[in-house]
Design a binder for this molecule. Structure first.
Ligand SMILES: [Cu+2]
Length: 310
């Protein structure tokens, strides 16, 4: 597969209520039957368990048919991991709280070896379920499968945490965790579908290769970054986590699940001030995009809503 087109996407989902988040990745082309993860009780801070199957290349390959190679015994390796979230104390709004994330296999045994990808051992995306709040953090590995990070939860409501990590020798995994912050969540502002916005001193214009975004179609997404003061292309773009930019996409849905999550990688060699991503939106609906760019050490987060048609 063309590296430039590498897209992280996920397919297949079954969600129920419990503590832990479970992700199952089939490293070969076949999907296995479901195994329900262990239900665990006792941690009131967590709300949801998810069990899902994914192929890291799922979007390109779609459903793979089983037993396509007759006469070969197809080796199927299924890796099941889960990430359990614990907050060090009750969450107080606007005060950072330490989060502990324990990565385990399906039997609850700690996974202790991880590989760095995109310069980190774990990438953690935290969003409020109305997709108004976004945070991209890098938890520190402690020991015995445990990661720690300080996080902020700025207002009451439900939050979804997507942890991205790569157990040694395995494919990248994404586990979904939930956190509820008690209180009345503020009314979400009206969705803004404007594609020209200013973020501090960076003007960002969003453009697409297609006049209309359609579900399942590959699309190139262009972020055009200009100085607010003079509308000239910015020239101070530095690599961010080893790439020209990162793009996290979540589909608006309730509850948010892993199938709503897309992490696109920037294409190399775009002109000054432009960062281009290839991706596709699996389902019709409203999606929020967060582009992240490094302007000389300062990270610009440019967020936009898009509407994807059937
Ligand atoms: Cu990251």
């Amino acid at each position: 597969m063309n590296k430039k087109l590498m897209i992280y996407s996920f397919a297949g989902l079954l969600a129920a209520s419990a503590i832990a988040a479970i992700s199952v990745t089939n490293t070969k082309a076949q999907n296995q039957g479901s195994q329900m993860p262990n239900m665990q009780h006792g941690d009131s801070s967590m709300g949801e368990m998810q069990h899902e199957k994914s192929s890291m290349e799922g979007m390109q390959h779609g459903k793979s048919s089983e037993n396509t190679h007759e006469g070969h015994s197809t080796e199927v390796q299924t890796i099941t991991t889960q990430a359990k979230l614990t907050a060090s104390r009750d969450i107080a709004l606007k005060i950072p709280v330490k989060l502990l994330i324990d990565v385990q296999d399906s039997t609850g045994k700690s996974i202790t070896n991880f590989e760095t990808f995109q310069e980190k051992l774990m990438h953690l995306i935290i969003v409020s379920d109305n997709l108004q709040f976004f945070s991209h953090l890098h938890p520190n590995y402690k020991e015995n499968g445990r990661f720690e990070v300080e996080a902020n939860f700025p207002y009451p409501g439900n939050y979804t945490l997507l942890s991205d990590y790569k157990p040694a020798g395995q494919k990248e995994q994404v586990s979904v965790m939930k956190k509820q912050v008690p209180g009345n969540s503020p009314a979400a502002p009206k969705l803004d579908f404007n594609h020209a916005k200013t973020f501090e001193d960076t003007k960002v214009n969003l453009a697409f290769s297609q006049p209309k975004l359609k579900a399942g179609e590959e699309v190139s997404i262009m972020f055009d970054l200009q100085h607010k003061s003079n509308n000239q292309p910015i020239t101070d773009l530095q690599p961010y986590l080893g790439e020209r930019g990162h793009l996290v996409i979540l589909k608006q849905s309730s509850p948010l699940t892993r199938t709503d999550y897309i992490h696109a990688h920037a294409m190399k060699n775009s002109p000054d001030g432009q960062v281009q991503f290839m991706t596709s939106f699996p389902q019709p609906g409203k999606y929020k995009l967060w582009g992240q760019f490094n302007r000389n050490g300062k990270i610009v987060i440019a967020d936009f809503w898009v509407n994807v048609l059937e």
